[in-house]
Write a protein that binds this ligand. Sequence first.
Ligand SMILES: [Zn+2]
Length: 161
Amino acid sequence: MMKHMPGNKTFYITTSIPYVNAAPHVGFAFELLLADVLARHHRLSGSEVFFLTGTDEHGKKIQEAAEKAGKSPQDYVDGVAKQFQELAVALGVSNDDFIRTSDRARHIPVAVKVWQELKSKGDIYKEKYEGLYCVGCEAFLREVEIENGKCRIHQKEVQKV
Ligand SMILES: [Zn+2]
């Protein structure tokens, strides 16, 4: 836990948290290294640094990958998340923590608290929405992002959701 004292410089950095629908690729290794360079630079400059990385273990993309592998989503993400943790160790990255969005003790209670606060303020509400969705992007797409019924990035059919 970081102390926040007047005059003490603090620096917080996190990588994105990649989806664990597949083994880590070189793009994420590069991101880990860039974040590590910044964390080390700030430590050497006298700042108190907290460097976080982790994995996003929810989403349709992961559900589909688990089904394809014949595993439950939790079994599937446990195996792939381990590869991401091992990547950080193999690269000698100086992260202070590794958070997984399926962590029932540390992540889920905070996510639930934030959700409830937003809901109590009316920022989250139930409503109907329909759009064209790309599982690869894990996002609803705009017309300009679709060509011949396919996501321009993934070249896969979008789904009406
Ligand atoms: Zn896409």
